[in-house]
Ligand binder design. Structure first.
Ligand code: MRU
Length: 357
């Protein structure tokens, strides 16, 4: 494993948290935002897996892009001998697959890379290594394009003057670039809709306060930060007219796993008669899991709950429960917005149709 600090690589105009840089994976260290923009580079699967587990990079599609690049980077130093290569490559896949359990994009991206190796099994290892790089870059590019398409479909669904509540960070930082939920918001802004955004701070890890607020302000999009417990009051006052969130995994029946707190917002949306949209690429839909209760939910370390920015805010040794995600039943979701169209209402039939387009 090797990790080093770099200058922020020059991006074109798309903010991306993960880049392929001279044969390494460069990650914008999201733990340091919004205070500092620090880039770290990695050249093997173990380093990348640790970065994913430690939240250097987070957000389902971004984790997928990162894993694909991690496999490509790691492959470059693997043996030329075909059998030895495949053994090390399989081990690298297993290491990455053990990094975080809920975001299915991770497993999807690993499978995409495994497929390249399976198909090119009889080719020289050198061409296999370069094919893994090409495939990782394809996954990354297609993720950005998918987010932009989600943005176009989503923009049509939002009200004329959207006052959108979002949760966690489902933005450029959580994807190859552009974002899913924030992609819909960017799409609405680009379509000329006067849009304002309420960002839930998203306890305990504060992705909304640290990341969503930072990336929307960076794009001059009107954003107001609220604490999670303020959403109900603002909905009751009519200050919010739609909710848009991302997802880590969508079951075949349309149940949606996303950052803890999402389910509560969906219940609130129903009560206040406000549409509740989920924006996600097809790579987030896991039809092998037929219902939400079968989605594995990550439990994260108690310290993320008992400390904020290094400060202890709870009695030492207090018992803590910390499921990092929850599941919103499909019947509380108005529509799922993907890069190929919209599943409305979300259910097995409408979701299966998305894969036929
Ligand atoms: O724990 P995180 O920060 O990885 O959780 C991220 C989320 O829950 C996002 O909403 C989800 O991955 C969608 S990202 C486009």
């Amino acid at each position: 494993m090797s990790t080093s600090k770099t200058q922020a690589p020059q991006l074109n105009d798309v903010l991306s948290p993960v880049l392929w840089l001279d044969g390494t994976v460069a990650l914008l260290d999201q733990r340091k935002l919004p205070g500092r923009e620090v880039w770290l580079t990695y050249n093997d699967a173990q380093g990348v897996a640790t970065a994913i587990r430690d939240m250097v990079v987070r957000g389902a599609p971004a984790i997928g892009c990162t894993a694909a690049m991690g496999l490509a980077a790691g492959a470059q130093s693997m043996p030329e001998d075909a059998q030895a290569f495949i053994k090390q490559f399989d081990a690298a896949c297993d290491i990455l697959a053990a990094s975080r359990p809920t975001a299915v994009n991770l497993f999807w991206a690993i499978d995409q890379q495994r497929e390249v190796v399976a198909q090119m099994r009889n080719q020289p290892t050198a061409s296999l290594k370069s094919a893994l790089v090409d495939n990782a870059l394809r996954i990354w590019r297609e993720d950005i394009a998918a987010c932009q398409a989600i943005g176009r479909f989503g923009a049509e669904l939002l009200p004329k003057a959207p006052r959108v509540l979002t949760h966690c960070n489902a933005g450029a930082l959580a994807t190859g670039g552009y974002g899913t939920a924030l992609g819909v918001i960017r799409g609405a802004v680009e379509a000329g809709k006067p849009t304002c955004v309420y960002a839930d701070e998203t306890r305990p890890y504060l992705q909304g306060a640290r990341l969503t607020a930072w990336e929307l302000m960076r794009d001059n999009i009107d954003v107001t930060l609220i604490c999670d417990n303020m959403a109900a009051a603002l909905l009751a006052k009519g200050e919010i007219n739609c909710i848009v969130v991302g997802s880590d995994r969508i079951a075949g029946n349309g149940d949606v796993a996303n950052k803890i707190g999402t389910y509560g917002l969906a219940v609130l949306a129903k009560h206040h008669n406000v549409p509740f949209y989920v924006a996600a690429p097809l790579s987030t839909i896991d039809r092998q899991v037929t219902r939400g209760e079968d989605i594995p939910i990550e439990e994260r370390p108690a310290e993320e709950v008992t400390r904020i920015g290094g400060y202890e805010i709870a009695p030492r040794d207090v018992k803590v429960r910390y499921p990092a995600f929850d599941v919103t039943p499909a019947n509380l979701v108005t529509a799922i917005i993907t890069e190929v169209g919209v599943a409305q209402p979300p259910q097995k039939e409408t979701i299966d149709k998305l894969f036929e387009r």
